[in-house]
Design a protein around this ligand. Sequence first.
Ligand code: FES
Ligand SMILES: [Fe+2]
Length: 423
Amino acid sequence: MTPKEKTSALESDNGVIPKLSGDIRPLIPKLGLRNYWYPASKERSVIWRKPVKISLLGEEICLFRGATGNVVAIQDVCPHRGARLSQGHCHYPGTVACPYHGWVFDESGKNTMVLSEGPVSGVCGKPGTEAKIFPTRTLKGLVFVWIGDAEPAPIEDDVPEEFFDDALVLIGQVVWRCNWEVALENSMDSHVNYVHRNALVVARSGFIARGAQGEHPIFVGNGFAGDVGESNYLRKSPKYDVYPDGRRWPKTNYRRYWTWLFRPLAERARRHIPAPRTARWAGGHRLPGMFRTEFSWDLYTRMCVPIEENLTRVWYYHCLRPEGTFQRLWQRFLYGALHRWIIEYNFSRQDERVMLDQRYDSPEKLSGTDAEVIQWRRLVVTKHFGGRDAHYEYRNPDDIVPDQVPLGRVSVRYLQEKARAKS
Ligand code: FES
Ligand SMILES: [Fe+2]
């Protein structure tokens, strides 16, 4: 694709999907895909008396409580003269008042009072004075907002299955100073055994398999799952690799001793990881920006939400299925006291350190293990230009049909549980 073609493709708004060959990074939307549900805020951060401001996908949004306590998302620009509703007040239940001239908006966005002009105000409620409302839905204490101009799609298509049953979902968030796509691509390649070689969680569980075979993403649901045959849990590495000139990697064995010490604990912890219930929510990558994996203690999701071009809010959903109240409390405690730090800081900051200064505009020479990166970019560009229902030209191994992917093909935990039940 020539630079000129790239430019015209970028400007395309007629639903035409550009050619998906060569370097398509310039076609990826810098502020994410629109017409999807995104996590915006923890519900408990939105109090009754004061609105709060959030930014995502370049949108400035004000959150406040509706009449029944539901969280409402309204544009954070007053239709009158542009003041910020998030700096206003909630004088009456289910409303937010602009801090400037006191226009009061209800949860449908209608201007119902003008406090600075009184009940005789001629502008109050006039057509055209409404503020834009973004559809919201709160699940397990997390407020999801529909970002887009189309009618909202079913939220079950964009939010993992565990939000709709009795699973325990522990939610954390961090902010990374890089683009959302850079943040997401970080989780679809061979870096783990290298970047995270000294992460507590990796060292303790021996997740150090190396290997250069191609990783085949399997298109299923709204993204890709990983083939279990290539999982690090089913594949063993030699103690060290020897290169033709005799150099060894890893250079020392001390990680193996450490791993040996902690392996029984790590194996025990892995038993807590619930298998996904359906292949469409198995480990892998899902639109609009999720990475899911059966890792460490739980089935966890990293959801990358663009705030600005080079700022990304990363939400973590840790899914567990503990039995009984005590176990639920215990898992909550462990998360707060230990797991959160180990995964969201110790482990993930290692990723962030690499990504902060990573160039995304220099030429690339990709490896076989970058197969999912390539597929993912094609998927994102297809949906950006063609819309969320655009057909994606998938290429699955063994010609597996996306909605017939067996769970055993994409979930190690499913296979392990099945084997355990048999024995
Ligand atoms: S700018 Fe909001 S009421 Fe005037
Ligand atoms: Fe990583």
